[in-house]
Write a protein that binds this ligand. Structure first.
Ligand code: TMP
Ligand code: ASP
Length: 236
């Protein structure tokens, strides 16, 4: 596998072409941003942890029947993935109130829902990723009705698999964000990453935050929180 030119640089990852037109290499950075890039920083070692954790989750999900972009980990920070065009939707599943949900609806954090919620944001940095519903996504031609239904059912399946997995690590899966991609033959698969950047993860006993909220909210102990999640993943 030969790494070729850089195709794209995002806030947390770079994507490179390879000698295979159907494959890319993602390279995870330690850069961290919040609030649509307004807040910037570094979380030392984050790239390694997010790479390893994402690949771990993608392999677990594949085993449970969820198709993902994962192909092969190359190094601490680099992974070969299937080349997809990203569906410009951020798909957010919530099990417990937190973050923008708590703020928007004026409720405290930590309320367990009877059933998970799903919401979509239009992935567009210039617009600040505005919240949209499925009709808006159709109107904007971001995906077809069938694709949206498929994405919803995959997202709920991911939630069930991940909730059960984190429970074994004594971690509560509060909420998370997923992105999906389309392969050249039109198949929708799970893409991007699954990491403490994109999930809220709370210790089951102490409710301590073990995710990027420590960075967003200047709570300190950011690196330690990522390392603690990594430690629990590796111990499992
Ligand atoms: P929110 O409560 O800020 O809407 O975040 C919901 C979940 O989505 C949380 O686990 C963090 C994740 N998330 C991202 O991965 N990227 C983002 O840009 C935002 C705003 C949230
Ligand atoms: N991904 C960031 C966050 O989690 C949003 C941003 O990029 O500003 O808050």
């Amino acid at each position: 596998m030969q790494k070729k030119e850089q195709l794209y640089e995002g806030k947390a990852k770079k994507v490179f072409a390879t000698d295979d037109a159907n494959l890319c290499i993602v390279d995870y950075k330690d850069d961290a941003t919040a609030f649509n890039g307004e807040k910037k920083g570094t979380i030392t070692g984050k790239g390694v942890i997010n790479n390893v954790m994402s690949n771990h989750m993608f392999q677990l999900l594949e085993k449970q029947g969820v198709p993902t972009h994962f192909v092969e980990q190359l190094s601490e920070r680099e992974t070969v993935v299937k080349k997809v065009s990203i569906v410009p939707l951020e798909v957010i599943i919530r099990n417990i109130s937190a973050g923008s949900f708590a703020k928007r609806y004026g409720v405290e954090e930590g309320i367990a829902f009877d059933q998970p919620t799903i919401e979509f944001s239009y992935k567009n940095d210039d617009l600040g990723d505005p919240l949209i519903n499925d009709y808006h996504a159709l109107a904007l031609k971001l995906a077809t009705r069938e694709e949206i239904e498929n994405i919803q059912s995959m997202a709920f399946k991911v939630n069930e698999v991940m909730k059960a997995y984190f429970d074994k690590l004594n971690v509560i899966l509060v909420d998370f964000k997923l992105e999906f991609g389309k392969t050249p033959d039109g198949k929708i698969i799970l893409a991007d990453e699954i990491s403490p950047d994109t999930c809220r993860l709370w210790d089951k006993d102490t409710k301590e935050k073990l995710d990027k909220d420590r960075f967003r909210r200047d709570m300190g102990g950011v690196e330690e929180a990522y390392q603690e999640i990594m430690r629990r993943l590796m111990a499992e």
